[in-house]
Design a protein around this ligand. Structure first.
Ligand SMILES: Cc1cc2nc3c(=O)[nH]c(=O)nc-3n(C[C@H](O)[C@H](O)[C@H](O)COP(=O)(O)O)c2cc1C
Length: 459
């Protein structure tokens, strides 16, 4: 069988993910797996119509497609995302339709599920038969168990193609909103005092609703709002995955384009950040993805801390909860406050005017009190992955994170709590005695709320 492997690593062949593909090639010599470097060669693929067409022809001639990619900031690399956009922009979806597909990723399991949800949804949108996913921790292949699992995965993929097994679609097709948003006059502005508001966008002139929402949102504030369009900046390219940033946040692009200066001087200094964009397939645009990827020069260290975040989104966000989750996780991971989303999905223009005004009011209110709401599993769980990995296997490369995590108190390992350790060592064994267990259980509910009584009495 002929399988086309679409390689999503900007490092091309020198990629951890491609070692997994090499392993499959070695163990299934009867099948032809041809690797096409997508993320690494995106500029050429986008510029040169023949190169793009060759890839599409190869896809068309294949029995199956393997989407093989590293995790990049909750998703795939921006260049891979751009390639996916090109499939539709150039009307080549039919080359993918009806083909069997599988997804293979390597990562540290930080939001690998959102990347896989994305790729699965793309396969559904392309009317492919999505057969399954393999989300490896980057070092899994170094161990027998990981090798055995990869072999099972590959076997199943090949068998599914051979037997023409079908699989159900998981994601319903997207239905774009129809509203032509026409903002009304701003009757009352929102005073943010000395707080600095920045709207960051990738809007193009033809995105009427998005541009109007940005204008209306901006006019809602009494003070001047800085609007930065990513498309106006000199950004040389996507993240190279070179990890030079790991030691001291120095990026391979330092001094070569505007990204880092704008990020440091104009975003880090803002109090209120509004990100504004339109849905492109199941995410925002590849331009937005490039922004998030390039932000990785701060590696795993939160760099937009203590901000009030709002989102203005044109498109069917309610139909893509995966994207909403990614954006919420991003804000939480930044140790910032997610105030809200305004979209053009529901209601009429007056309703959207109202929502924009309300968003501005909430942003101003929370900025004034520096309110950061409690975070959810998205960042609480996610930070434990980062904490453990930066403490251990990632530390040598990501020394800047290690220093920052010490400073920011991220190393909150539970082993450090002496009281809990004493309880677990000396009191927990007493539970082997049924009478002790019984006595404890009969008081457990009162015991759980007892510490709160002091707070309630004091308050
Ligand atoms: C810029 C950048 C962003 C990353 N983002 C994530 C992420 O969001 N989640 C995760 O689990 N791993 C993330 N990783 C780790 C890579 O996915 C992992 O190292 C992968 O094995 C690299 O594969 P490759 O060598 O094929 O490019 C990121 C790495 C880089 C360099």
């Amino acid at each position: 069988m002929k399988i086309t492997v679409l390689n999503g690593s900007p490092k091309g062949e020198t990629s951890v993910t491609m070692q997994y593909v090499r392993y499959i090639q070695k163990h299934f010599p009867q099948h032809e797996l041809e690797i096409v470097n997508i993320a690494q060669r995106l500029k050429k693929i986008e510029r040169d119509a023949t190169t793009f067409q060759e890839i599409i022809d190869q896809v068309r001639a294949s029995d199956g497609i393997l989407w093989a990619f590293p995790l990049y900031v909750f998703l795939v690399h921006s260049n891979y995302k751009r390639f996916i956009e090109l499939i539709w922009e150039r009307g080549t979806e039919d080359a993918f339709a009806g083909k069997h597909a599988a997804a293979l990723s390597t990562s540290i399991h930080f939001f690998d599920h959102t990347a896989h949800n994305y790729v699965h949804a793309i396969c559904d949108d392309l009317e492919m038969t999505y057969t399954g996913a393999f989300s490896a921790e980057m070092q899994d292949l170094l161990h027998e168990e990981g090798q055995a699992k990869l072999t099972r995965f590959a076997e199943d993929f090949f068998h599914t193609i051979e037997t023409r097994r079908l699989a159900p679609r998981r994601y319903a097709p997207l239905v774009p909103p129809e509203l032509d948003y026409v903002p009304g006059p701003v009757e009352e502005t929102v005073d943010v005092g000395g707080k600095h508001v920045v709207i960051l966008t990738d809007a193009t002139p033809d995105q009427t609703n998005l541009n109007r929402m940005i204008e209306r949102g901006s006019a809602t504030f009494a003070q001047d709002v800085e609007v930065i369009n990513l498309r106006d900046l000199n950004i040389k390219g996507g993240c190279l995955g070179c990890l030079r940033c790991g030691y001291n946040y120095e990026c391979a692009y330092t001094g070569k384009d505007e990204f880092i200066n704008v990020y440091n001087a104009r975003l880090k200094t803002a109090d209120i950040l509004i990100f504004a964009g339109a849905l492109h397939d199941r995410y925002l645009s590849a331009t937005w993805k490039q922004f998030f990827d390039r932000g990785f020069f701060n590696t795993h260290t939160p760099s937009l801390v203590g901000k009030q975040f709002g989102f203005i989104i044109s498109g069917p966000l309610a139909q893509v909860p995966n994207l909403r989750q990614i954006l919420q996780a991003y804000v939480e991971w930044q140790r910032s406050n997610l105030v809200g989303f305004v979209t053009d999905e529901f209601g009429d223009s007056a309703h959207i005017d109202h929502l924009l005004h309300s968003l501005a009011g909430q942003l101003a209110k929370f900025a004034a009190s520096d309110y950061i709401q409690p975070h959810t599993f998205l960042s609480v769980g996610g930070m434990k992955v980062f904490r453990d990995d930066v403490w251990s296997k990632l530390r040598m490369v990501f020394q800047a994170d290690h220093r920052a995590y010490k400073r920011m108190g991220v190393y909150d390992f539970p082993q450090r709590n002496i009281g809990v350790r004493l309880l677990n060592t000396f009191v927990a064994p007493l539970f082997r005695i049924p009478q002790v267990r019984e006595a404890f259980n009969s008081k457990i509910k009162e015991g759980m709320i007892q510490p709160y009584q002091r707070v309630l009495q004091d308050g």
